[in-house]
Design a binder for this molecule. Structure first.
Ligand code: HEC
Length: 190
C-alpha cells in the first residue's frame, strides 16, 4: 500500500498543477534577477585571471567590509564562527603545513588566488551571494590574503596583481590522473 502511494503521489501532484498553471505555485517567492546580476554570476574567473573585471581594493578597505559583511558568520578576524574558519596563518606567516579534514577550506587552502575571488564574488555573503561590487571583492580578498600571510599590508588587488599571487598551498595539489580502463571491481562503498 505505502509502495503504491509513493509511486502515484508525484503523478497526482503533476495532474493537480495542470498545464499552463504551474507558474502559480511559487509566484510570490523571489524576484527576477537584474541583467547585471545575471552577467555577474555568469562570469567564471579562471586561474589566469581571464574575465576579472576592472576595479581594485586595499587591505584596509577590505577590513572594513569584512567587519560589516563577513565577521558575523566567519568570526571577527576569520577564526571561524557559525561558518568556516577563513584565516590560517597570520600576517607575514602563511600556513605551510598540511590541512586536516576539520579545517574545511580556509583561504590558505585554495590552489589559485583567482578562485578565491570567483568564489566570494559568486557566493558570499552566503545570504546575499552576488551582491558585492568588483571593488569590494578585490578589497575583501586583499584583506583575507593579508590576514593569511599571503600578501603585504600595502599590496593592492586588481585584475593584474591578483593572478600573480601564488597561494602557499598551490604546490600541494596533484593533478588528478584519469583512470582508464575503469576498474571492474566496485569500490567497497558502492
Ligand atoms: C550568513 C553567513 C555568512 C556570511 C555573512 C558570509 N559567509 Fe562565507 N561562508 C558561509 C558558509 C555557510 C560557507 C560554507 C559554504 C559551503 O561550504 O558550501 C562559507 C564559505 C566561505 C568561503 C569558502 C571557505 C570554505 O570553507 O568553503 C569563503 C572564502 C567565504 N565564505 C568568504 C566570505 C566573505 C569574504 C564574506 C563577506 C563578504 C562572507 N563569506 C560572508 C557563510 C557566510
Amino acid at each position: 500500500m505505502s509502495y503504491s502511494l509513493k509511486f502515484f503521489a508525484p503523478l497526482i501532484l503533476l495532474a493537480a498543477s495542470g498545464a499552463g498553471q504551474s507558474p502559480r505555485a511559487y509566484s510570490n517567492v523571489g524576484r527576477t534577477p537584474t541583467p547585471e546580476e545575471i552577467q555577474n554570476l555568469g562570469v567564471i574567473v579562471d586561474p589566469s585571471g581571464k574575465n576579472l573585471p576592472a576595479g581594485k581594493g586595499t587591505v584596509k578597505e577590505g577590513q572594513e567590509l569584512y567587519a560589516k559583511q563577513c565577521a558575523a558568520c566567519h568570526g571577527k578576524t576569520g577564526e571561524g564562527g557559525v561558518a568556516d574558519q577563513l584565516v590560517m596563518g597570520s600576517p607575514g606567516n602563511p600556513h605551510k603545513g598540511t590541512f586536516k579534514d576539520t579545517d574545511r577550506h580556509p583561504v590558505s587552502f585554495f590552489a589559485y588566488s583567482t578562485t578565491v575571488w570567483d568564489y566570494i564574488n559568486r557566493a558570499m555573503p552566503a545570504n546575499r551571494g552576488g551582491s558585492l561590487k568588483p571593488d569590494e571583492v578585490y578589497a575583501v580578498v586583499a584583506y583575507l590574503f593579508y590576514m593569511n600571510g599571503i600578501i603585504q599590508e600595502t599590496d593592492v588587488m586588481d585584475a593584474t596583481t591578483l593572478p600573480k599571487v601564488k597561494m602557499p598551498n598551490h604546490d600541494n595539489f596533484v593533478p588528478a590522473k584519469p583512470v582508464w580502463p575503469p576498474s571492474p571491481k566496485k569500490p567497497s562503498w558502492y
